[in-house]
Design a protein around this ligand. Structure first.
Ligand code: ATP
Ligand code: MG
Length: 455
C-alpha cells in the first residue's frame, strides 16, 4: 500500500501484480445480505445521503457480523459528505468527537454513527492530523476518498462497504475472503499500524475471541514486541476498549487471548498476577463466564460489578497488610479500596462514578459473615444487597469453603420472616455465644423479581 502510494506520488504507474484499485464489487447473489437486514435508521441515513448525490454505505462491524450470521450491535455509515453536510440533512443530528469528528443521526431511539471518508495516514491532505513521538495518532480529521478510508481502517474484516440501494458489497482490502476463511488480518503493515494506534492490539485479540477467528500470522507476529506501547495509550481510551472486550459476550476467551498474545501486562497492573495465581484465575474466570452468559442472553451487565470482580483479589493483600498494621477492619478495608482503585487508575481509567458501587459490593463481603443480632436482617435491606449477594455467590463458586455461607444467604434471602428467624436462631445454637434479641425487623421480603443489574 505504501509502495503504491509512493509510486503515485512519483507519478509512476502500478505494476500488473499491484492493481491501482483492488476494488471488488460483490453482488447480492454471492454475499446474500439483503437490504431488509439493515436497520431502518441506517437505511434512512444512506437513502437520504444517496438522494442528495453523496456516496453512502453501511460499513464495518455490521457487515462483518451479517456475513457470519451474527446480530450486529449497531450500524455505522460512511460517506463522502463532510460532517457539516451530513448534519444539514437531518433534523436530529449532532457532530461529536474531537480526535475523530463524527455525526450522530437519531431516529426514534436509534442512533446511527456517520463518518466521513478519511485519508490514509501515509497520504497528505487537507485537514488536521497530529501524532505523538511514537507515531501514535492523536487526531485524525483528514478527509479523503473511499479507498483510502478502507485502508485506514484496522482489519480487513472491518473494511467492507455495503450499498443498500444496489445490495452490493464493496471490498478494497480482501475482507470478504478473510471473513470466509475466518481470519483477522491487519490492513497494511501490521507493526506500523500498531504503532499508530496500540489499541489495535487489544482489538485484534477481541475480534479473534468474539468471532472465533484466527489471527493471521503476520498480524500476530509484531504484537509481543510492541505490547509495551499500550503504556502510551491514555487510560480512558484503554478503559473504553477493555470494556468492549469484557462486554463482548466472549470475555473468557478474550482474556485468554490477551494472555496468549502477552498483552495482559500492559492493560491492568494486576491482570498478569490475576492470571498467574490459580485461585484468583478461577474467580476471574467465574466472573467473566457469568458476564458472558448475561451478555449472550441480552441481559444488562454492570461495569461496577465487573471491575469489583477483577480487582477483588488484588485488594486482598493490600487489605491484609493494613490489618496487620493495626488499623481496624473497616478503616483498613476502605483505605485498601482507595489504594487499589487509584493504583489501577493510573493505567486503565475506571470512571470514578463506578467507585461508589464497587466499594459497596466489596464492603458488604465481610458483613455477610456477621449474621447475628439483627445484622442479617439489616444487610438484606441494603439497597445494593443483590449485587453484594451475587458477588458472594461468585466467590463461593471459586472458593468452596464459602459454600455454606453462600447457601445460608440464599436460604435467608428467599425465606419468609419466620423462616428467617429460624435461620438466625440456628446460627446462635451452632455457636452459642451471647444470644441477642433482634431489635427491629426491617421491611423484610426481597423483591419477587430480583434486580440483577447491580446498578
Ligand atoms: P463491534 O461490533 O464490536 O462494535 P466494530 O467493528 O463495529 O465492532 P467499532 O469499535 O465500533 O468496531 O469501530 C467501528 C469501525 O471503525 C471498525 O469496524 C473499524 O473499521 C473502524 N475502527 C475502529 N477503531 C479503529 C482503530 N483503532 N483503527 C482503525 N480503525 C478503527
Ligand atoms: Mg461498532
Amino acid at each position: 500500500m505504501l509502495k503504491r502510494f509512493i509510486k503515485r506520488l512519483l507519478g509512476q504507474k502500478s505494476t500488473a501484480d499491484e492493481p491501482a484499485s483492488p476494488l471488488r464489487r460483490i453482488p447480492l447473489e454471492e454475499h446474500g445480505i439483503r437490504r431488509e437486514q439493515i436497520s431502518a435508521c441506517a437505511l434512512h441515513v444512506t437513502d437520504t445521503l444517496q438522494q442528495q448525490g453523496y456516496l453512502a454505505f453501511v460499513v464495518g462491524g455490521a457487515i462483518r457480523d451479517l456475513m457470519i450470521e451474527a446480530r450486529p450491535k449497531d450500524f455505522d455509515v460512511a460517506t463522502n459528505a463532510t460532517p457539516e453536510q451530513v448534519r444539514g440533512l437531518f433534523r436530529r443530528a449532532h457532530i461529536i468527537g474531537r480526535r475523530f469528528r463524527l455525526v450522530h443521526v437519531m431516529c426514534g431511539n436509534d442512533t446511527v454513527e456517520v463518518s466521513t471518508f478519511r485519508a490514509h495516514t501515509q497520504e497528505p491532505g487537507e485537514g488536521e492530523r497530529t501524532t505523538d513521538p511514537h507515531g501514535r495518532i492523536l487526531r485524525d480529521n483528514v478527509f479523503g476518498g473511499q479507498e483510502s478510508d478502507a485502508e485506514r481502517r484496522d482489519f480487513t474484516i472491518n473494511a467492507l462497504y455495503y450499498d443498500p440501494q444496489q445490495q452490493e458489497i464493496w471490498d478494497y482490502c480482501g475482507g470478504y475472503s478473510d471473513i470466509r476463511q475466518r481470519l483477522v488480518r491487519m490492513i497494511g503493515d501490521p507493526a506500523t499500524r500498531y504503532r499508530e494506534d496500540p489499541v489495535r492490539m487489544l482489538r485484534c485479540a477481541r475480534f479473534a475471541a468474539k468471532l472465533d477467528f484466527h489471527i493471521e500470522p503476520d498480524t500476530r507476529a509484531p504484537i509481543a514486541g510492541l505490547a509495551g506501547l499500550l503504556a502510551n495509550v491514555p487510560p480512558a481510551r484503554l478503559f473504553d476498549e477493555m470494556l468492549k472486550l469484557l462486554l463482548s459476550g466472549h470475555a473468557v476467551r478474550a482474556i485468554h487471548q490477551l494472555r496468549a498474545e502477552g498483552l495482559h501486562h500492559g492493560v491492568m497492573p494486576m491482570l498478569d498476577q490475576l492470571l498467574d495465581d490459580q485461585q484468583s484465575q478461577r474467580f476471574v474466570t467465574a466472573a467473566l463466564h457469568n458476564t458472558d452468559q448475561r451478555v449472550q442472553a441480552g441481559k444488562p451487565v454492570s461495569p461496577a460489578f465487573l471491575f469489583a470482580s477483577l480487582l477483588w483479589h488484588p485488594l486482598q493483600p493490600v487489605w491484609q497488610q493494613r490489618l496487620t498494621d493495626d488499623e481496624n477492619e473497616q478503616s483498613a478495608l476502605f483505605a485498601a479500596m482507595d489504594e487499589v482503585l487509584e493504583q489501577q487508575r493510573s493505567r486503565l481509567a475506571v470512571p470514578r462514578r463506578l467507585d461508589g458501587n464497587i466499594k459497596e459490593i466489596w464492603a458488604m463481603q465481610p458483613r455477610f459473615v456477621q449474621r447475628g443480632g439483627g445484622r442479617a436482617w439489616r444487610l438484606v435491606t441494603h439497597p445494593r444487597f443483590r449485587a453484594g449477594y451475587d458477588f458472594l455467590l461468585l466467590r463461593a463458586e471459586a472458593d468452596h469453603s464459602l459454600r455454606e455461607l453462600a447457601d445460608w444467604w440464599t436460604a435467608f434471602y428467599h425465606a419468609d420472616d419466620s423462616l428467617r428467624d429460624n435461620l438466625v436462631a440456628a446460627l446462635t445454637e451452632k455457636a452459642p455465644a451471647k444470644r441477642r434479641r433482634r431489635r427491629k425487623k426491617p421491611n423484610a421480603n426481597p423483591p419477587a423479581e430480583p434486580d440483577v443489574t447491580h446498578d
